[in-house]
Design a protein around this ligand. Structure first.
Ligand code: ADP
Ligand code: ZN
Ligand code: ZN
Length: 840
């Protein structure tokens, strides 16, 4: 099939190129150098190479990389001799032109290299490097079409099970085994390392077929005679023949599902296996896609109620004038229902839709809601899916096969869409849309806005608690604004109560971390057969160990942070580098054995709640309990089904989950959020409290939120209590302007790192002075951040605050060259400087 296509291509395009011109390709390679690499295209491939195709090229002395062709030209580079492309991995581009432009924008705006974008954008299965590990697939069924080189590689791997591409170069004595590996990957004889990590095996179905030598009436007769005494086997053969529609030459080759055959024939595995070992039956394995592509039974859309209809209409009217609209709708107003209607319209128009969510935890609920309507037209794309599944979604979108809608987290903006009509960015205020490490440090919402522009597609931002930046854009008229302040079916907004924990503690009324009011409310809920959610944010205290004598606290050996105590594994764990150690028996400062656990995290809360409510079923959801996709789904599912009474969790539970039997939500420690040293602390606290609170409430009954704080008069708490977003917005805006923060000023954080603290200091000083020379008082720092050592790297920070009106591309160019000057300074060897544009 593919050969035909390239031949057609050849005849169409191969008209006007004079054969003596030499052609070059600029290639994106996964190396941290800020440039493209020019390679010569061998003559015979000149007409085949296209931007967006993957090619293999030599790099340095011994290495080979697969890279993506960025552009083609006939300009011989002056500075160096070009090498030739070794092989083409694709017959057609796997990355389209819009994507390449988008990659370029990301690299420029977020100050990283195209190679870094390439690494982030493609699922591992589409990237191959010398160090990539490949594995033998034990379930692979040979089909006899391997060439000599493929056989060598496969024999080696069948024996060793795994090897790097480098190893395979060596054993095959091939300069480069990538093309061979690629073809074995395509045949699924091998898979790359990430798939193994996810335990990837192609999902298969076992089928039974009559062995070919019995595809004759006479031969079959003989078989019957031979089986004569083995009654059960004879019976099974008969059942098989009935199932294929009778012993007729048109039917002989037909296959029957193995399990079905066993069931219909009432036969055990041993009976069937006998027939297989006698050579009458053969077992055929067929791969079934793990992305459910069977046609699902779908249901009609819900009708929108009046308020929702009006909102939808307003959204459409706004779209007539503006590319971006914010849907500011309170929790449970039915935003998702409106999205579903808008998606349907895009599908009817033959357009693609990207539905972005900030968190994997959310995709479960939304996916099942959308699947009910759109069935197998929905693709899901996030990191908890195996790499193989991600490759399948990528290819599906590329070839425009099944999926019209993709639900995904931030990395799904990299999929090869080419016909986007709408991007929905749900919970647009969420800071998890920002990628922190590694580069590209992009904000998926902001990048999606740029991508939408490239596709001429519309963007709908949705949230109950808009970010200050987005809301301001509506006020400036850049974005449309649609407000939906009515909950579905007249459900009331929850009543919000505050408890002054300082007072309660003084009066000795706190039972561990719970106020009497909160316990009363939870108890009432339990009596009524309702559910409760207790929220403790991750940034709050986590349990740690402290010496009762001298207050010594164990710290990480590699990072400047105290270790967190994890009860279930009885270990101290560093939340920055993951290093864990066992508990010391005595204090390392004073030798006292009086070491006590302090602070409270979700684990401690869980333990206490189980003691206070011994009959309640309690579940905890945080990073530790929900590492895998299944565990997320299980926790959410069991809570939805009412198998759990009390859910304890971190911000994970605050995000757009929709439960209908929760009458109480407790926010255990509002202060730790409010006191966090960040200019966004108030905004975030508001969002978090309003979002978690929004989980409370049932169809016919108002829910209750209890906020525990030592400062009930804090203006943010008052804004939450009064549900007054506009007040929060105005006060935040005033503050941001006064202190030169976004949206009035743009920020760029620069992180200077070195293993030696002196060098880190000196480089930071030098860099700071250098920048001040360029940008004057826009430079803040250098400073040591609150956590100034992570994994033995000493960290210093410089911040740039840039007023509007400054040309950002020019500024970034100057900044890039300043960074280069510092890192190439002989005194600052091995200093690393990272830029984070629009940090969150
Ligand atoms: P939001 O996204 O604004 O938080 P949802 O779309 O999740 O709100 O709606 C809250 C609940 O109300 C969901 O269970 C949803 O199925 C239900 N709901 C909302 N609108 C409708 C509608 N028009 N018809 C039927 N159910 C609806
Ligand atoms: Zn001590
Ligand atoms: Zn550490």
């Amino acid at each position: 099939m593919t050969t035909n296509k390239s031949q057609i291509f050849f005849t169409f395009v191969g008209i006007s190129t004079p054969m003596d011109t030499i052609y070059y390709a600029d290639i994106i390679l996964p190396v941290p150098l800020p440039r493209l690499f020019t390679y010569q295209i061998p003559k015979e491939w000149v007409k085949e190479v296209e931007p967006g195709m993957r090619v293999v090229v030599p790099f340095g002395n011994k290495k080979y990389y697969s890279g993506v062709v960025y552009s083609l030209h006939d300009q011989k580079p002056e500075a160096y001799e070009t090498k030739e492309i070794i092989s083409l991995l694709d017959k057609e581009a796997v990355v389209n032109m819009i994507q390449l432009n988008f990659w370029k924008w990301i690299a420029d705006y977020y100050m990283c290299t195209l190679g870094e974008v390439y690494k982030a954008a493609l699922p591992s299965g589409l990237k191959l490097e010398s160090q990539t590990k490949v594995h033998y697939n034990p379930d692979w069924l040979p089909d006899g079409k391997l060439n000599a080189k493929e056989t060598i590689v496969l024999d080696y791997l069948a024996d060793k099970k795994t090897g790097t591409i480098q190893d395979l170069n060596n054993i095959t004595e091939m300069k480069n085994s990538l093309p061979v590996i690629k073809s074995l990957l395509d045949k699924r004889a091998l898979f790359v390392s990430e798939r193994l990590k996810d335990n990837y095996k192609p999902k298969t179905k076992k089928l039974i077929q009559l062995a070919q030598e019995y595809w004759h009436e006479q031969k079959l007769q003989n078989a019957f005679t031979e089986l004569g005494r083995a009654k059960k086997q004879l019976n099974l053969l008969m059942v098989y023949l009935t199932m294929i529609g009778g012993a007729h030459k048109n039917n002989y080759g037909k296959t029957i599902d193995k399990n079905e055959l066993k069931k219909k024939g009432g036969a055990s595995s041993s009976v069937l296996n006998e027939l297989i070992s006698k050579g009458l039956f053969v077992e055929v394995e067929m791969e079934v896609s793990r992305l459910d592509t069977e046609k699902l039974q779908t249901k009609a859309l819900h009708n929108l109620n009046l308020a929702q209809q009006i909102s939808k209409q307003q959204i459409e009217e706004q779209f007539a004038q503006k590319d971006t609209v914010l849907l500011h709708g309170v929790t449970s107003s039915g935003k998702t229902e409106i999205y579903i209607h808008l998606i349907q319209e895009q599908i009817n128009k033959g357009k693609q839709v990207l539905y972005l969510l900030p968190e994997i935890a959310l995709t479960t609920q939304i996916t099942s809601r959308l699947k009910m309507v759109f069935g197998n037209e929905i693709g899901i794309y996030h990191s908890k899916y195996s790499d193989a599944e991600r490759v399948e979604v990528w290819n599906d979108i590329l070839k425009k096969e099944n999926y019209k809608v993709v639900i995904g987290v931030r990395s799904s903006i990299f999929l090869p869409f080419d016909n986007l009509g709408l991007i929905i960015i749900d919970e647009e205020h969420e800071n998890t849309y920002k990628q922190f490490d590694p580069a590209p440090r992009y904000h998926a919402r902001d990048a999606a806005l740029v991508m939408a522009h490239m596709h001429k597609s519309k963007v709908l931002l949705g949230t109950a608690t808009p970010s200050i930046e987005t809301y301001r854009n509506t006020q400036l008229g850049k974005y449309g604004l649609v407000e939906l302040f009515e909950r579905f079916e007249g459900m009331k907004m929850p009543q919000i109560l505050t408890v002054n924990v300082r007072e309660e503690k003084r009066k000795k009324k706190m039972a561990s971390d719970f106020s009497p009011l909160l316990l009363e409310q939870v108890e009432q809920a339990m009596k009524n057969g309702e559910q409760a959610i207790l929220f403790q944010n991750r940034r709050g205290f986590s349990p740690y160990l402290e010496c009762a004598q001298c207050s010594w606290v164990p710290k990480c050996d590699y990072c400047d942070v105290s270790l967190t105590y994890h009860k279930h594994i009885n270990q101290l764990v560093c939340h920055y580098c993951g290093h864990s150690s066992s508990l010391p028996h005595t204090c390392k400062a004073c030798d006292s054995p009086a070491l006590h656990t302090k602070g409270f995290g979700t684990e401690k809360i869980e333990e206490d709640i189980r003691i206070i409510f011994p009959d309640a079923k309690v579940v905890r959801m945080d990073l530790d309990t929900s590492r895998t996709r299944k565990s997320h789904e299980n926790i959410i599912g069991s809570f939805e089904r009412g198998e759990v009474d009390i859910l304890i969790g971190t911000q994970m539970i605050s995000k757009g989950l929709d439960f209908d039997n929760v009458s109480v939500v407790g926010i255990l420690n509002a202060d730790s959020m409010l006191n966090y040293p960040d200019f966004r602390a108030f905004e975030r606290s508001y969002q978090m409290m309003a979002q978690v609170g929004g989980r409370a409430g049932r169809k016919h009954k108002q829910g209750t939120v209890v906020i525990q704080t030592s400062n009930p008069d804090n203006p943010v708490i008052l804004d939450v209590v009064n549900n007054n977003f506009k007040n929060l917005y105005q006060s935040q805006l005033d503050e941001r302007e006064a202190f030169k923060y976004p949206p009035f000023y743009r920020l760029i954080h620069l992180t200077i790192k070195h293993k030696n603290s002196n060098t880190a200091n000196q480089a930071a000083e030098y860099f700071g002075t250098y920048l001040r020379g360029l940008f004057n008082d826009r430079v803040v720092g250098p400073q040591a951040p609150p956590i100034s050592k992570i994994q033995n790297w000493h960290i210093r920070k410089v911040m740039l605050k840039i007023e509007s009106g400054v040309s950002l591309p020019k500024l970034k160019e100057m900044l890039r060259s300043a960074i280069n000057t510092v890192v190439s300074h002989p005194g600052f060897k091995a200093v690393v400087i990272q830029a984070d544009v629009d940090p969150m």
